[in-house]
Design a binder for this molecule. Structure first.
Ligand SMILES: [Zn+2]
Length: 208
């Protein structure tokens, strides 16, 4: 069940020279304390402003935890917490590096968009006689759309696919203790196998 966790970047520039970057990753999420120094360094290296940078985590519950400090509660037994801090610093370096690389690799491209559907999205507000619990509500509202942005090169060859879903990254359930990108990671792997050489990026939509 364990699988590699990826950080990926898609830089887009319109005809007017306006740029923006979408950074995707298989983490639970970025705290501001982790994210903002990344954005500052990206700005220094690439000139992209904060408003041009979107950091999106797939919110895999099997993703690595991030922290730049050893929490007080772990001070007595800080081995794992220190490794988390070390990982977080390395991750910050990698995010900056991948954006820098993407900015340096801009090529003419054609964009198109479409939509698919995800069938396992589920409203989790279950109504019970004792109130609403975190459960399964098959009749509740759920966004089952899969927005897709397709990137072809100037010759019409597929280069990248940015797609999303509004589904919590908990399909592996609480029984899983191994690092994994959850359904979003598996979806990207499946796309990679189907379209060798293409970069699939997953972007999480708003979900419950
Ligand atoms: Zn969650």
């Amino acid at each position: 069940m364990a699988a590699d966790l990826y950080v990926k970047a898609l830089v887009l520039e319109d005809r007017g020279g306006q740029r923006g970057v979408v950074v995707t990753n298989a983490l639970l999420g970025f705290l501001a304390a982790v994210a903002e120094p990344i954005c500052e360094r990206i700005a220094q290296k690439t000139g992209l402003k904060r408003s041009q940078i979107l950091l999106n985590s797939s919110h895999s519950h099997a993703g690595q935890a991030l922290s730049l400090k050893v929490p007080a509660k772990d001070a007595g037994n800080s081995g794992e917490a220190l490794r988390t801090v070390e990982y977080t610093k390395q991750l910050q370096d990698k995010v900056v590096a991948v954006v820098e690389e993407a900015v340096g690799n801009l090529q003419p491209a054609k964009l198109s968009h479409g939509a698919g559907v995800v069938h396992f999205a589920m409203n989790r507000r279950e109504f019970t006689p004792n109130g609403i619990i975190l459960g399964v509500n098959a009749r509740g509202l759920a966004d089952r759309s899969v927005p897709v942005l397709r990137v072809d090169d100037a010759d019409g060859k597929l280069r990248a696919v940015l797609f999303g879903a509004a589904v919590h990254g908990t399909t592996l359930t609480g029984d899983n203790y191994q690092l994994c990108g959850d359904y979003a990671g598996y979806a990207q792997t499946a796309l990679q196998e189907r379209f060798p050489g293409v970069s699939p990026l997953f972007m999480l939509s708003a979900h419950g």
